[in-house]
Design a binder for this molecule. Structure first.
Ligand SMILES: [Zn+2]
Length: 203
């Protein structure tokens, strides 16, 4: 039993270290989040009644490989979900020449999908999730695609497709390759939306 506890502690410590390693290293001082993101987050939150009481903060970061990221505040990991803060970090690149309001709501719906998953997990579950996300490519891809679907079923398909198209146009090299292999493409999203509306019209 003691061994199990120790190994859980080790895994959690490793997850914390890995999470810290992946955290934005050049996070600037706390700044007032831009109004466009605040309102995109508010409109996405309307579709997530399960998260009505969750504390979600917007935080600036510079990551270069991606534009948004959702994480729990790791030092709150062992608190019950309602007592944690969750963070959606954004690269300020999204403010200049940014995606449309609909696209921003679409990506916020995706990020809230991550937070919904975190809210279901306890501290050890979060640690285990963090490790698998970082270390197992297939797990990461399956999780990101599931999270895309979470946004789609909540009505954010057109917005998410617009966001993905915007992001694909701004990434290159390895970041573009990872984006393509990890997330639903705009075409896949639009096909899903079309199939769903045809099925509804037919039913
Ligand atoms: Zn994601």
């Amino acid at each position: 039993m003691r061994l199990i506890e120790q190994s859980d502690t080790v895994r959690f410590a490793a997850a914390l270290l890995l999470a810290a390693g992946c955290s934005p290293r050049r996070a600037g001082p706390a700044v007032e989040p831009p109004a466009a993101l605040v309102s995109a987050l508010a409109s996405a939150r309307e579709a997530y009644p399960e998260l009505a009481a969750a504390r979600v903060e917007l935080r600036e970061m510079r990551a270069e490989q991606f534009f948004f990221m959702a994480q729990p505040e790791w030092r709150h990991a062992f608190r019950r979900s309602g007592a944690r803060t969750y963070r959606i970090s954004y690269d300020p690149a999204v403010l200049a020449d940014g995606p449309s309001a609909e696209a921003l709501a679409g990506v916020m719906a995706h990020e809230l999908g991550h937070i919904l998953e975190y809210a279901r997990l306890g501290g050890l579950g979060l640690a285990d999730f963090g490790l698998r996300y970082l270390c197992v490519r297939e797990f990461r891809i399956a999780h990101e695609r599931d999270t895309d679907f979470e946004a789609l079923v909540r009505g954010f398909g057109p917005g998410l497709a617009a966001y993905e198209r915007w992001a694909l146009g701004r990434l290159s090299g390895a970041a573009l390759r990872v984006k393509r292999e990890t997330y639903l493409s705009p075409e896949e999203i639009e096909a899903w939306v079309r199939d769903k509306s045809e099925a509804q019209a037919g039913g």
